[in-house]
Structures are given as structure tokens and as C-alpha cells.
Design a protein around this ligand. Sequence first.
Ligand code: GRF
Length: 203
Amino acid sequence: MTGKRVGILISGRGSNMRSLIAAASTPDFPAEIVLVISNNGKAEGLSYAEDAGIPTKVIAHRAFVSREDFDRALDGVLAEAGVEIVCLAGFMRILSDWFAKRWAGRLLNIHPSLLPLFKGVHVHEQALAAGVRISGCTVHFVVPDLDAGPIIAQAAVPVALGDTPETLAARILAEEHKIYPAALKLLAEGRVRLENGHAVFAL
Ligand code: GRF
């Protein structure tokens, strides 16, 4: 459990966080989870991380006047912990351009659709309303534009007849838990990098 030092940002349940913690605890994984930060003190994921022996920190966004002030506090805590890669895992705050640029190439997000389709929130509702027969999930580099960064990994998930946002979300979540650790592994091993606004792979 050594390698690149990873910080995970969460706001709630933290199931993707758990999949990253599990992957990082396997032999030869090229990254270790050194810190979990939540903007929400009630995030369920916090107690799981604590039980796993991972330091946690709550930074309540309401305590800050501007988005960038919050992001600067976040950045300070990450730097103090020697974090090298940040994974957003159900982190429900839009980060400032300042933060996205500062962490460019070292900041990942997971989104529950096949981007560039269905950005933002109510993602599964959007997919069902559009009538797509396939949806899925995406891990991408974070850039200032929301859910628009270069794609590292995707998984496709068929939409079933009668799917509700909840049933579709559950099937997609199972795939999220596979592709997020895989994408983090690629980045931590230097097998993908962000260059001139593109994901460049060296497999
Ligand atoms: C996931 O569906 C993720 O793709 C989205 O928010 C949800 C977070 O779930 N960004 P969890 O907190 O990781 O369980």
C-alpha cells in the first residue's frame, strides 16, 4: 500500500471511495489513500474511512464566503497531507477554476453517464427521458468546465425496460466501482496524462 498519495473528496455515501480504498489495499496497487475530506460532516463515508484507519477531515463549505476561499482551504489541507492525486467521489461541490487549474492532470472525477451525454445532476432521469438504450459511467480529468474533462475510462450499461432512475443508478454504480480504481491505477502508474487538453495514454 504505497505509491502515489491520494486524497478523496466526498459529500455523502462514499461507495466509490470504498472501492478506491479496497483497491488501494491490494498488493502492488500504485497508490495509497492518505486522506478523505468531506464538505459535509454528516457524510456516511466518513465513518467508513475512519474505521479503515484513514485520516478524515471535514471542511464545511458554509464557513467560507466564496467558492475560491473554500477551495484554497481544501488545497491547503491536501498540500499539508502531501497529496499528489485528488479523486472526487460523489463530491457535490463545483470546484473553482483556480482549483481545477492548480490540480490539472492530478484531479479525477466519476460521473454516472457516458459523457459527454447527461452532464450535471439528475443524470439517470436525463438518460431515461432521452430514451437511450445504453448508459454507463465515465472517469475523467477535471477541467474548469463541468463534467467536460478528457475521458480516461468508461463502462457501458444497458438500460432495461422498466428501469427507474434508482434501478439504473444501482446497475451503473456497480460498474463505477470497477472503472474508478482502474483509472486511478492508470494515472498513478503514469500510463495516462493530461496534455494540451487531451488524455494521452502510454499503455
Ligand atoms: C456516484 O453515482 C457518482 O458517479 C456521482 O455521485 C455518486 C456518488 O456515490 N458523482 P457514492 O457517494 O460514491 O456512493
